[in-house]
Design a binder for this molecule. Structure first.
Ligand SMILES: C[S@@+](CC[C@H](N)C(=O)[O-])C[C@H]1O[C@@H](n2cnc3c(N)ncnc32)[C@H](O)[C@@H]1O
Length: 316
């Protein structure tokens, strides 16, 4: 009864309903929520505390920053419990300030995207050497290729999401009939194009575009690979929905990224937006987007680099 009362009390406030509605679109830190709501930090923090105490919202630490998300999504739950039906109600009957909030969300995600684009445009020529210097060479590329060929042999069209300098392109071109590389930073694509030419005219097509609005037709790809890119994406959940749209029925998605970590310097030196992912949380996002997880591999971290996971998923 007590928890039911605190839930109802927490919901009985327009600002808190606005916050819940905003968090239905993703996870945000306090500064971002302050900007979206156009409200002082102490008020926003007080509302977040009430929502957290009622168990509706859960803070999650990302290094020294704290992000807030709806409890169900953090926990990897999909459509159970009280909040989802309430969320449908909130979508169907928008609040008076919903328009302003939507504009705030758009601006916030735009700032996150711009930050990633500016970072990669400025480091393109030294991106590979900088990463190797900090972390040492990546050990999981062969795992990606191995998992790609698992189950159904050579895939037809493979898309390398956030292809960057195109490091994976030669490996993918040997493992698939057709390869498309997509990236949001023109300067990174220039390096990838040079690599494709230098490696004896690899048969790859490069397309400029965002993971959240992929330059791909519905079902165009038989498989997609996202290697070390999701932690740069402004709205990872939206990107996973796009991957689903671009994959053919039963198409496969290979996702390699960092485990949740505390290497704070990754933000500044490597332009990372998210300090890795909690795999339970990510599994919830993947299921919600329509994927079934087929297998997972872990590569432990060390003093220089966080642990890395590779997840092989299938479009349901
Ligand atoms: C760390 S690099 C990874 C490159 C590559 N996947 C590899 O294996 O070496 C990340 C790349 O993702 C791209 N990127 C980041 N966010 C993106 C987004 N939302 N849409 C498209 N590309 C994005 C960046 O421009 C950058 O080239």
């Amino acid at each position: 009864m007590q928890s039911c009362l605190s839930t109802v009390k927490a919901l009985a406030d327009e600002t808190r309903l606005r916050i819940l509605r905003i968090l239905m679109t993703g996870t945000y830190n306090v500064n971002e929520l302050v900007a979206i709501l156009a409200m002082g930090q102490s008020r926003v923090s007080r509302h977040l505390r009430i929502l957290s105490d009622a168990g509706l919202v859960r803070p999650r630490r990302q290094g020294t920053w704290v992000y807030y998300g709806l409890t169900g999504l953090w926990e990897g739950e999909t459509r159970s419990g009280f909040l989802p039906s309430f969320a449908d109600e909130l979508s169907a009957n928008p609040l008076p300030l919903a328009g302003a909030d939507d504009r705030g969300i758009k601006a916030c995600l735009g700032r996150r995207r711009k930050q990633a684009e500016q970072f990669f445009s400025s480091v393109a020529e030294r991106a590979d050497s900088q990463r190797d210097e900090i972390e040492g060479p990546a050990g999981h590329h062969s795992v990606i290729v191995e998992l790609l060929g698992e189950n159904n042999g050579e895939p037809g069209t493979v898309v390398d999401l956030g292809t960057g300098t195109g490091r994976l392109l030669p490996l993918l071109a040997r493992a698939a009939r057709r390869v498309i590389g997509i990236d949001g930073a023109r300067e990174m694509m220039d390096v990838a194009r040079r690599r494709a030419e230098d490696e004896g005219d690899l048969e790859v097509e490069l397309r400029l575009g965002s993971l959240e609005h992929l330059p791909l037709g519905d079902g165009e790809a038989d498989a997609m690979v996202a290697n070390m890119v999701l932690h740069h994406v402004a709205n990872p959940q939206a990107a996973l929905r796009e991957v689903y749209r671009g994959l053919a029925a039963e198409g496969r998605f290979l996702l390699a990224d960092y485990e949740s970590h505390e290497f704070e310097f990754h933000r500044e030196k490597l332009g990372d937006l998210w300090l890795g992912f909690d795999r339970d949380e990510l599994s919830g996002w993947l299921e919600l987007a329509g994927f079934e997880i087929e297998s997972e591999r872990e590569l432990p971290g060390n003093r220089r680099r966080p642990g890395v996971f590779v997840m092989a998923c299938k479009r349901k």
